[in-house]
Ligand binder design. Structure first.
Ligand code: NAD
Length: 367
């Protein structure tokens, strides 16, 4: 048997005669099946550790690898009824051997694409927002990077400093203006606009939260309001504050991040799904109203993306109904893949696109 290690892929673990049963047992102990790992089967186990938010430690993976490598062939006992999703053989259209690790997200930066532009980006401390802020900054933009978490923004600025001579970067240094701001709060909106200093060429409304996959009859008022405050009302208030600057300038590009949950009812709970459908409505209304002013407003709908976003399933009914949809999810994307779609719509490259809803989901929406 090929020895397993943290650098083996999830598919290699699941296909392994000893590692597969061990991994499926661990999942079963946490109320999960191997099906939940299907879309990340090409990730290395070490990447899962980074994504797990502390739920799976590097030490635990080392311990499981040692256990698997010490198990003699034939001695492994699988979890009864757990052969639902092995690493490769049962995935329709997949090779009978484990697929290769997913390639690192490769970016093709356009040097200078945002030079001279001020771009406001919310949720810039993590995931898709961080990747978008990084890309726009490396393409020459002055980025007003807003997030609840100032430390994460400072870490982004430090990372970009360290990469000042990256091949995709137009030159040394970058212009990141970190703003600790809560977009659900009037002071937060004011702080972001103030940091923009009278000029906003583009706005990416990316900050968002999930809802625990809770179906309508289980949603309490607090959950409903919190999800709408962040995912819709924050975006609405910040856009309302920025539009006068764009209208006065006679130009601007706005990208609102929605979700696969804006396209269907089967990927999240009631509050998240409704809020993301509303993001599309807000996008289309603004695109229609301000198109003649030279302002374009579009939406990107990501599928599954490897970020820090909360993925909890807080409802038994929600889990039962949604898990089969997630089992058909294409490979999870890296944040940089979605940032490329957002940067395109923020930039002049999309000059003829207004009011569009762009799925950036590896083709999930055509299933
Ligand atoms: P993430 O959790 O990695 O990052 C979100 C960032 O937003 C965090 O840094 C957080 O601090 C910030 N934020 C949250 N509430 C805020 C507030 N009130 N004010 C300011 N900042 C706030 O999440 P992500 O996966 O990068 O998600 C970004 C967007 O993409 C969200 O709108 C999300 O709904 C959407 N999306 C994500 C996925 C996915 O699979 N990750 C799929 C579809 C859509």
């Amino acid at each position: 048997m090929t020895p397993l290690s943290p650098e083996s892929t999830v598919a290699e673990w699941l296909d392994h005669p000893a590692g597969g049963p061990i991994l499926r047992r661990m999942l079963a102990e946490n109320g999960q099946s191997a099906g939940t790992l299907r879309a990340v089967r090409r990730f290395r186990m070490s990447r899962l550790v980074a994504l797990s938010g502390g739920r799976l430690s590097a030490e635990e993976v080392e311990r499981l690898a040692a256990e698997a490598n010490a198990t003699a062939p034939g001695d492994a006992v699988d979890v009864p009824g757990s052969a639902d999703v092995p690493g490769s053989a049962d995935v329709p259209g997949a090779a009978t051997t484990a697929p290769p690790p997913r390639p690192e997200g490769r970016e093709r930066c356009t040097p200078g694409r945002f030079t001279g532009s001020t771009v406001v980006i919310t949720g810039a401390g993590s995931g898709i927002g961080r990747a978008t802020a990084s890309r726009v900054a490396r393409e020459g933009g002055r980025v007003v990077a807003a997030d609840l978490d100032r430390d994460r923004l400072d870490a982004l600025a430090a990372e970009l400093d360290a990469q000042a001579w990256h091949p995709g970067h137009p030159g040394p240094g970058h212009e990141i203006v970190p703003v600790r701001a809560d977009i659900t709060d009037a002071d937060g909106i004011a702080a972001i606009v103030q940091a923009a200093d009278g000029r906003v060429d583009a706005l990416a409304n990316i900050a968002g939260i999930t809802d625990g996959m809770v179906p309508l009859h289980e949603v309490d008022d607090e959950l409903w309001h919190r999800v709408f405050e962040v995912n819709l009302h924050g975006m609405f208030r910040l856009t309302r504050a920025v539009l006068p600057l764009m209208r006065a300038a006679g130009r601007g590009s706005i990208v609102n991040v929605s979700s696969e949950a804006a396209l269907r009812g089967s990927t999240a709970g009631a509050a998240y799904t409704a809020s993301k459908h509303a993001v599309v409505g807000l996008t289309r209304s603004a695109a229609f109203m301000y198109g003649p002013d030279g302002i374009r407003v579009n939406s990107v709908a990501p599928g599954g993306v490897a970020t820090g976003i909360e993925g909890a399933m807080n409802s038994a009914l929600g889990r039962e109904r949604i898990e089969p949809t997630l089992a058909a999810l294409p490979d999870i994307a890296e944040p940089e893949h979605v940032a490329a779609s957002i940067a395109f719509l923020l930039s002049e490259d999309s000059v003829n696109i207004n009011g569009a809803l762009l799925p950036s989901d590896g083709g999930w929406s055509v299933q």
